[in-house]
Design a protein. Structure first.
Length: 521
């Protein structure tokens, strides 16, 4: 038997296109059960090896290696197993190759049934995995047959069912007709995966607008809420995330071209498009359009809302057979009761004031929600900033601190406190007059010689011994500061002293200034 061709044939049965891995596993299990049936040992361990490249198929019966055999149909002694495989140990499995050429009829039928069951389960799982991710998405199908209570639609890999309730009232279907529909349910049943589709679901309208309106597909315009009476009317609330884009105009398109494509696909179903609002009052007014609304207030039981309209607008607000009101309820998620002005005037409370109170309550709730959202955003930003700072701190290396341990045998020297002498600040004297003569005489004086002391720098050992001696510490407090110069600096100073000459001008009569100083005394 050519196993390779057999696997390819099984994979293509009825165009199922199953993966080869699934078919191989199914064949292995079928042959394993068939061999157990043939030898009439249900507890036997059987292994089936299939080589996809060569198409070789081998069946092995596995025996447990033990010291002493209790059941020779399931076990083999270590002494017997070592003769075939030297490195085998107790607890291992010993494989014995078996032939399947002499399988009986019962075993062959069992293998066939197991193989069919496994392939059917794999097919069911494959269909389920294919369409479960497409739930609520729009697909194109071909009608296979039209029955009284449902329509069978071919989706390519499976047949889907469209119940009567999921069809558009008044729409006719023909065999071979291509239609757009939305997948509403995918389940796994005993007979196979069941896929349900619909043309009456509101999600179909949403997907059609996503296909025709690029702004919706790109996320600039969002469909916030949608309600539909299939074949009659659809109400859709839209919102634009950009101020420069008109949400309603984008959905309608140039001269209504975009919305007309959707209307034609749905069999001339009417579509109302209006602006979404967080304010419940404004949303209800928009949803009940084209009726003019006076106001919205809560009922006395606070279990729903009352919508007040003019007397001549009551029938328009309710709509034909209550259709307009039902769509508004689905769209807003609120219980709505519509009353005329005359009916409200007959009530024994101030409904006009109640309208104002409810409008104020709704506005306050919107502001509170906005404040909470802003606070959550700030908290999120703070958390992100803290996370970034923590990550940055982990990346920066820690400073290396070098700890120097002092030797234990080092003597401890206590230094005596140093007395600090307070030096009185000399009083500042007023600047006296200095004559030209005194200036010249002062300049004529030779520059004082600076006594230079060149001291040898003590060694490190001598410096440590000096610090350890308390006598030296006391001596340090009465020290003289002497300027130290290098030999080069001393030579430069000596050279300057030799160049200075007394400044004395023989042509000047210095005696004439004596009278000035005598008068000054």
């Amino acid at each position: 038997m050519n196993v390779k061709e057999f696997i390819e044939a099984l994979a293509g049965i009825e165009n199922r296109k199953l993966p080869k891995e699934i078919v191989i596993e199914a064949l292995k299990e079928a042959l394993s059960k068939a061999y157990k049936k043939h030898i009439e040992i249900p507890d036997a361990l059987v292994r089936v090896d299939i080589d996809e490249k060569t198409g070789e198929l081998n069946v092995y019966q596995q025996y447990n290696v033990v010291e002493e055999v209790d059941d020779d149909e399931l076990e083999i002694s270590l002494a017997d197993a070592v003769q075939t495989k030297a490195d085998i140990q107790v607890g291992d499995l010993f494989n014995v190759k078996k032939s399947i050429d002499d399988l009986g009829r019962a075993a062959a039928i069992l293998a066939k049934n197991v193989l069919k069951q496994k392939i059917r389960e794999a097919e069911k799982q494959s269909v389920y995995d294919e369409y479960i991710d497409k739930k609520d998405e729009m697909v194109i199908g071909i009608i296979e047959s039209v029955e009284e209570k449902f329509v069978v639609v071919n989706l390519g890999k499976t047949l889907a069912m469209m119940p009567k309730a999921a069809q558009i009232p008044g729409e006719n279907y023909k065999d071979g007709q291509k239609i757009r529909l939305v997948i509403t349910e995918v389940t796994k049943e005993t007979k196979g995966a069941q896929v349900l589709v619909s043309r009456a679901d509101a999600k179909l309208v949403k997907r059609l607008f996503e296909k025709e309106v690029p702004e919706i597909y790109q996320g600039i315009v969002e469909i916030k809420a949608i309600a539909r009476e299939a074949g009659e009317r659809t109400k859709m609330a839209v919102h634009s995330k950009r101020e420069d884009v008109d949400a309603i105009g984008a959905c309608i398109g140039p001269r209504g071209s975009r919305v007309q494509v959707v209307i034609q696909e749905l069999g001339n179903e009417k579509i109302d498009i209006f602006e979404w609002s967080e304010n419940t009052v404004e949303l209800i007014k928009n949803s009940l359009s084209p009726a003019q609304i006076i106001g919205v207030l809560q009922t006395r039981e606070r279990k729903g809302l009352l919508v007040v309209v003019e007397d001549n607008q009551l029938s328009l607000a309710i709509g034909k057979k209550g259709k307009n009101a039902r769509l508004a309820v689905r769209l807003t998620g609120q219980r709505i009761d519509i009353k005329s002005r005359t009916e409200m005037d007959k009530l024994d409370y101030d409904w006009k004031q109640a309208i104002q109170d409810y409008a104020f309550e709704v506005q306050a709730a919107i502001l509170e929600k906005a404040a909470k959202k802003a606070e959550d955003e700030r908290a999120k930003l703070r958390a992100e900033a803290d996370a970034i700072a923590a990550e940055k701190a982990l990346r920066e290396p820690e400073p290396i601190v070098e700890v120097i341990h002092e030797p234990k045998d080092k003597p401890v020297v206590k230094a005596e406190p140093v007395k600090v002498k307070k030096v009185k600040k000399p009083l500042e004297r007023k600047t006296e007059y200095v004559s030209k003569y005194e200036t010249l005489a002062e300049a004529a004086k030779p520059a004082p010689k600076v006594e230079a002391v060149i001291k040898r720098r003590p060694s490190k050992k001598e410096e440590e011994e000096r610090k350890l001696r308390s006598a030296d510490i006391r001596k340090d407090k009465d020290y003289e500061i002497k300027i130290e110069y290098t030999p080069e600096e001393l030579a430069e100073i000596e050279k300057l002293n030799q160049q200075v000459e007394p400044v004395f001008d023989e042509d000047i009569d210095y005696d004439q200034y004596d009278e000035f100083y005598e008068d000054e005394e």
